[in-house]
Write a protein that binds this ligand. Structure first.
Ligand SMILES: Cc1cc2nc3c(=O)[nH]c(=O)nc-3n(C[C@H](O)[C@H](O)[C@H](O)COP(=O)(O)OP(=O)(O)OC[C@H]3O[C@@H](n4cnc5c(N)ncnc54)[C@H](O)[C@@H]3O)c2cc1C
Length: 387
């Protein structure tokens, strides 16, 4: 996504030099969000980007893996030989974290690539009993699709609630009921002891029959190949970029899931593993390459998830907030939670309330002071709850 968007943005912004787009996968570049939704259920065949690379003069090299970077020589070593560059943009994304001991066990799946989704389609079609390891975004979306397909689904989560790494307890707790409503089992505080062919064994000895196991326990930047290159990697393996998405190595940028950048808006470094960041970041990279002086990249992060019949949207960054305001009842079908910092919106999560999301996103962007009491009135448009 970020590589394709960078190449397209370079052309949009008038770049006339050679653009080479290198990717390890053999498929035409494609969009990932449909993989855990329409592609899995077979209601869409593919999600390839509708971009005519040839017409844009983009040299697309598929099935080609970047193996090492030699910055002094301005050369990228690939499985198809060395590729010289003037400017290099790293957009290698992330790869799923694997479950120790589960690798190579028949019937164990990940969900990151088109190949993964295609391997999972027959699992759904045959209505296998499925155990999902991890109640995160991917686990919830897969469980949704598998239930829709008629599979028996049990989701196993080590934490005490779904989305423990992403949302505060009081917000994630009501989501546990969504699993039950959809007829999916959710076992929290459950550690996987081992995976055997046909079963997942938990720490307490429980044996869950599993025609298939889907592991969704997070993703890590796909940057191992950069070790020793001089490109700085952060604590999570992400490329450490500046506010123009430049790395510390001359003429090398990093964008999308593989990178982190400093956010002046939130006073912290952000690593965002969501689609919108892989759309917006490339515009900054392209502008900086073309003009040499792009404005700082400081987005209001945004993402969505479709799970258990609900449209969940998030904007901003809540950890630094000092006040939480609810709009609506979290046990109902539609509600929003707003996070304020010094009475300004820092972030919000909207379930089935896309207007709240759209208005809130603009208010975060503008830093408008809010009135928490007005904000708590779910019948009032969010944009009219300003102080
Ligand atoms: C199943 C699924 C569902 C999702 N749904 C949503 C959603 O609903 N909403 C949302 O906001 N986000 C969603 N996302 C997240 C979103 O798709 C990602 O944030 C986005 O794809 C990131 O783009 P990227 O270009 O950084 O990485 P990627 O899209 O992962 O692209 C990186 C590419 O680099 C290639 N690569 C890696 N290493 C090398 C190498 N050494 N040499 C050559 N090529 C290499 C990879 O093969 C890959 O094709 C979803 C992700 C997945 C997996």
């Amino acid at each position: 996504m970020a590589g394709v968007q960078t190449a397209a943005a370079l052309r949009e912004q008038g770049f006339t030099g050679t653009v080479t787009l290198i990717g390890a996968e053999p498929h035409q570049p494609y969009d990932r969000p449909p993989l855990s939704k329409a592609i899995l259920l077979g209601t869409a065949e593919h999600s390839a980007f509708d971009i005519d690379f040839e017409a844009l003069g983009i040299d697309l090299r598929l099935g080609c893996e970047a193996l090492a970077l030699r910055p002094e020589a301005h050369v990228l070593d690939t499985s198809a030989g060395p590729v010289p560059y003037d400017v290099l943009v790293l957009a290698t994304g992330a790869e799923p974290v694997r479950l120790p001991g589960a690798e190579g066990v028949p019937g164990v799946h990940l969900l990151r690539t088109l190949d993964d989704a295609e391997r999972l389609r027959p699992v759904l079609a045959r209505q296998h009993d499925v155990v999902v390891v991890g109640a995160g975004w991917i686990g919830a979306e897969f469980a949704t699709a598998a239930r829709e397909a008629g599979c028996a689904v049990t989701v196993v989560e080590a934490a005490d609630r779904p989305l423990a790494g992403a949302l505060p307890a009081e917000v994630a707790a009501p989501m546990a009921a969504w699993y039950a409503d959809a007829g999916a089992g959710l076992r929290t505080r459950a550690r996987v002891e081992r995976v055997e062919p046909g079963a997942v064994v938990l720490g307490d000895g429980t044996r869950l029959p599993a025609g298939a196991v889907v592991v969704g326990i997070g993703a890590r930047p796909a940057t191992a190949w950069l070790a020793g290159s001089g490109v700085e990697l952060g604590a999570h393996g992400e490329v450490v970029a500046d506010d123009r998405l430049r790395t510390g190595v001359p003429d090398v940028y990093a964008v999308g899931d593989c990178a982190s950048f400093p956010s002046a808006r939130y006073g912290t470094r952000l690593m965002v593993h969501h689609w919108d960041n892989a759309l917006q970041g490339p515009r900054t990279v392209a502008a900086d390459i073309v003009t040499g002086a792009a404005p700082a990249y400081d987005p209001v992060p945004y993402f969505w998830s479709e799970q258990f019949g609900r449209f969940v949207q998030y904007a901003g960054h809540h950890p630094a907030a000092d006040t939480t305001v609810w709009r609506g009842d979290p046990s109902g079908p539609a509600w929003t939670v707003c996070w304020l910092r010094e009475n300004r919106l820092a972030g919000l999560l909207a379930v089935g309330r896309p207007r709240d999301l759209a208005q809130g996103r603009r208010l975060i962007e503008a830093g408008t002071p809010m009135d928490p009491e007005l904000l708590a009135d779910a019948a009032r448009p969010l944009k009219s709850a300003t102080a």
